[in-house]
Design a protein around this ligand. Structure first.
Ligand code: SF4
Ligand code: SF4
Ligand code: SF4
Length: 324
């Protein structure tokens, strides 16, 4: 059961506050380590020294990969003890699907989900961070605009522009920054029985702050839904709108499969091919129904296919056609 929201007073340093909070969580739960993405494609990083937590930056507006697909291997490689795992909301959604698909036991994981301030395409991120002198400058800018829900959202990856669930809510621990004056405070909530929240926080959050975040999230979700509908409307004539047409499109892609290699869902089971080389329809349907909307497929497509909107659209059609 998730309890109420608590304050973390930031005193002008939201990133440092989160790092100190993670250290307190580590000690309170007795974690063996913390799992997070590395900056290299398809690699996880496991921090096993509490002193290294100061290097963590969950607010960087860059997503290289969705780490959910690599979690089964990391758990197998670390068979004992409890591990924290830092996730964006779309990574937590993917992890839930991975867990169901592989029936893995994630009880040893403490999921720490962070409100997502949106992410730029990697080349745009690089260009912007060069102009702002550093990647830290990008994080500072993202946090500065957290009360408004992010900056330059029209430059974000397509998946982020259409993301209807950027708020952290289903982690064992959730860190909230959207709509919040983060230079003063960050909100945190989580499972009641994890540890004493009173001891690890700066007291209960004000209702007005909690409401502010809810209002901003509702606005963001509405805006992102409108973007999704607008993009869909503009491309409806040319997009494959069902799995058969998508399979036709994959015929043109040859042996690429980069979208599947980057997808956490496919990393549990990639669609198989029939003897004629065409992907199996049921496998593709199973994949897309579990899609977490992270957009890593689109980010890795060498043909720049608008896969985020294609998969969102087909997923919606599939869900509507499933028996209730
Ligand atoms: S898809 Fe949503 S949760 Fe994922 S990076 Fe983009 S805004 Fe964040
Ligand atoms: S299909 Fe694309 S958007 Fe969906 S989970 Fe896989 S990589 Fe993410
Ligand atoms: S990554 Fe792009 S080109 Fe490659 S298989 Fe997927 S859709 Fe086709």
């Amino acid at each position: 059961m998730i309890n109420k929201q608590w304050n973390l007073e930031t005193k002008g340093d939201p990133l440092g506050t989160v790092n100190s909070f993670l250290q307190a969580v580590w000690n309170a739960i007795g974690l063996q380590g913390l799992i997070l993405p590395s900056m290299a494609q398809n690699k996880l990083r496991v921090i096993d020294k509490i002193s290294d937590l100061h290097e963590i930056n969950p607010f960087q507006p860059l997503m290289i990969m969705n780490i959910a697909g690599l979690v089964p291997k990391v758990l197998a490689d670390h068979p004992d003890g409890r591990y924290g795992i830092l996730l964006r909301p779309c990574e937590l959604r993917a992890l839930n699907e991975v867990e169901k698909r592989l029936k893995i036991d994630t009880n040893r994981l403490v999921t720490i989900c962070v409100d997502c301030l949106g992410t730029f395409p990697d080349d745009d991120f690089q260009w912007r961070s060069d102009r702002k002198d550093s990647e830290d400058g990008m994080t500072k800018e993202a946090l500065q605009f957290a009360p408004q829900g992010g900056i330059a959202a029209y430059r974000f990856r397509a998946a982020c522009q259409m993301c209807t669930a950027p708020g952290a809510s289903n982690g064992d621990i959730n860190l909230s920054v959207l709509g919040i004056p983060v230079r003063q405070v960050i909100l945190v909530n989580g499972k009641q029985d994890l540890f004493g929240w009173v001891n690890i926080s700066d007291g209960p959050a004000e209702t007005s702050l909690v409401n502010k975040r809810e209002v901003l999230l509702a606005k963001m979700i509405e805006r992102h839904s409108q973007t999704r509908d607008r993009v869909l409307h503009g491309l409806i004539e040319v997009l494959p709108d069902d799995v058969d047409k998508l399979l036709d499109q994959f015929e043109d892609c040859g042996n690429c499969q980069d979208c599947m290699k980057a997808c956490p869902i496919c990393q549990t089971k990639a669609p198989r091919r029939n003897s004629d080389g065409r992907f199996q329809k049921q496998d593709v349907m199973d994949w897309l129904v579990d899609c977490a909307g992270c957009g890593m497929c689109e980010q890795n497509c060498p043909r720049h296919m608008p896969l985020s909107i294609i998969f969102t659209h087909i997923k919606k059609n599939l869900e509507e056609s499933l028996p209730v």
